[in-house]
Design a protein around this ligand. Structure first.
Ligand code: DX5
Ligand code: ZN
Length: 216
């Protein structure tokens, strides 16, 4: 499978959201990454259901939704109703991980678990075979434009090793501080999906930037 590129709309121009969604439709990107923050689990509030709805109206590619919220179980059906394709919640935000994973699958979405920079990958040992995706956070969640934490590379390598045995088709996605340099290292470590926000949207030609990431 080729490398999946999921541009994060957190860095798009919200006053021109249709334009930016169409740019991604017409680019070599694979997914739309949408960051939902509640101001409780993370020290920031991004956007909620109406923006997902607006994006879905124009998007021709899957919605990869990363929820940084407490009590993710309470909103699963609402995300499904909005047309979300992949729902990724935080390991640190759910007490009954197995229940949350099964509820997302039963709702008919692909399921991912996100790990904060301090959360070791071995904690996923007994749930890995149930997952479609693991999202390794390479910055502390909450904001775009932060510096890549290099220990994430070790985590990606460890997780890829674990996945060989337990879930060979696991998608390992990495989020935070991704650019061509960190992206190269991540792919070499075993990542097969990259999220990029500021690197794409702050560049002169976002489409070209997506192309360069895609060909890593
Ligand atoms: C941060 C979000 C990211 C963010 C990444 O909490 O999960 O998706 O948009 O931004 P960059 O690529 O600028 O680090
Ligand atoms: Zn994200």
């Amino acid at each position: 499978m080729s490398l999946i590129i999921s541009p994060s709309l957190l860095s798009c121009d919200f006053a021109n959201i249709q334009r930016d969604v169409e740019m991604i439709n017409n680019s070599n990107a694979d997914w739309f990454h949408l960051d939902i923050m509640d101001g409780v689990f993370v020290p920031n509030i991004s956007f909620g259901f109406p923006i997902i709805e607006a994006v879905k109206k124009h998007a021709t590619k899957p919605l990869d939704v990363h929820i940084m919220i407490k009590n993710p179980d309470d909103y699963i059906l609402e995300f499904k109703a909005l047309g979300v394709d992949i729902l990724t919640f935080h390991y640190e935000a759910s007490t009954h991980i197995h229940r949350t994973v099964q509820a997302i699958k039963q709702a008919g979405m692909k399921v991912g678990i996100a790990l904060n920079p301090h959360t070791p990958v071995y904690l996923l040992t007994d749930i890995l075979s149930d997952l479609d995706l693991v999202l390794i956070m390479s910055v502390n969640p909450g904001f775009g434009g932060q510096k890549f934490i290099t220990n994430s590379l070790t985590k990606v390598k460890q997780l890829r090793e674990m996945a060989y045995e337990k879930n060979p088709s696991l998608i390992i996605e990495v989020d935070g501080g991704v650019n061509l340099e960190t992206g190269r290292l991540l792919v070499d470590a075993g990542a097969n999906a990259l999220v990029a926000g500021s690197f794409v949207f702050n560049s002169e030609s976002p489409k070209e930037t997506i192309n360069s990431l895609k060909s890593l």
